[in-house]
Ligand binder design. Structure first.
Ligand code: FE2
Ligand code: FE2
Length: 283
């Protein structure tokens, strides 16, 4: 049972390679000793920074649950040259050493106020199906190239041993679906994924060509199908709350230093998932 007053909190896109972000993360504290923290990806590009950040959070929060972002999966110079699935497995190994839960672990059940709910970290990636309608994969990539907004994943996020990022995505979706189906159907869920499960939140992107790197149509009904009490995501760096089919979606990113929002500047870096907050934040 969680300590009284404990909450399920979330943040993403810590990008601790920026000193300002590192300092912000060092200032994060739970409000009660029973608080859990969901970290929805893009902690860091380097494995050592990833590890030291999750160690710090793991020492402070009663439980930390991580879902990978695209930046953790980048193979960059100066970091061990692991690619694709192998790199993901290394990240999982680091988390296990620290006692941080990953998409490969049994789902933790939040039994505090607002629960019970199964907390489900997901690793699904994207399959380019959020590309502008009526375009082929090649046309959508050309469009992004023309606007100078090609995602760096194209050069740094390798899908090995899968033939492509979309093939890796398909495999992850299938595997995750099976696990979600095995959850007690009487139990609501909190779904945690780096990318939005729905296309709708990407409509606010200034460059729509960027949406092709932001998720997959394959998860469009997951918030209903898997009884989500709330859905957590990041990646867009456009924090805010939105409602879809009566389900609360929370974009919880800290983002880059130049993207700080008024609520960040006021020191509210953590979003509360459960119990549902009385006053919802607006963008
Ligand atoms: Fe990010
Ligand atoms: Fe991201």
């Amino acid at each position: 049972m969680s300590a009284s007053g404990a909450a399920l909190l979330a943040i993403s896109d810590l990008h601790v390679g920026f000193p300002e972000n590192r300092a912000a993360v060092e200032g994060l504290r739970p409000r009660t000793e029973g608080d859990w923290l969901l970290v929805a990806g893009d902690v860091a590009e380097r494995l050592d920074a990833f590890e030291s950040t999750l160690r710090l959070l793991g020492e402070r929060f009663a439980k930390v649950i991580w879902a990978p972002g695209n930046h953790e999966l980048w193979t960059t110079p100066g970091d061990p040259g692991l690619r694709g699935e192998e790199r993901y497995r290394r990240l999982v190994q680091i988390c296990r050493r620290l006692g941080v839960l990953t998409p490969e672990d049994p789902y933790a059940i939040w039994t505090g106020e607002g629960g019970p709910a199964a907390v489900v970290p997901l690793f699904l990636l994207y399959d380019y199906s959020f590309r502008p309608s009526g375009t082929t994969r090649a046309q959508a990539l050309d469009l992004a190239r023309g606007q100078g907004v090609v995602c760096r994943d194209e050069f740094l996020l390798h899908p090995e041993p899968y033939p492509s990022r979309e093939a890796w995505c398909r495999a992850r979706v299938r595997e995750s679906e099976e696990r979600l189906e095995s959850i007690d159907p009487g139990l609501p869920t909190v779904l945690v994924n780096h990318f939005p499960l729905l296309r709708a939140p990407t409509r606010v992107l200034r460059h729509q060509a960027l949406a092709q790197w932001c998720g997959t149509e394959q998860t469009a009904d997951w918030h209903l199908r898997f009884r989500a009490a709330a859905v957590v995501y990041g990646h867009l760096h456009i924090p805010g709350t939105s409602w879809h089919d009566g389900v609360r979606f929370e974009e919880v990113s800290l983002g880059y230093p130049h993207e700080r929002r008024p609520h960040h500047r006021a020191g509210r870096l953590l979003r509360q998932l459960l119990p549902p907050p009385r006053r919802e934040w607006s963008r």
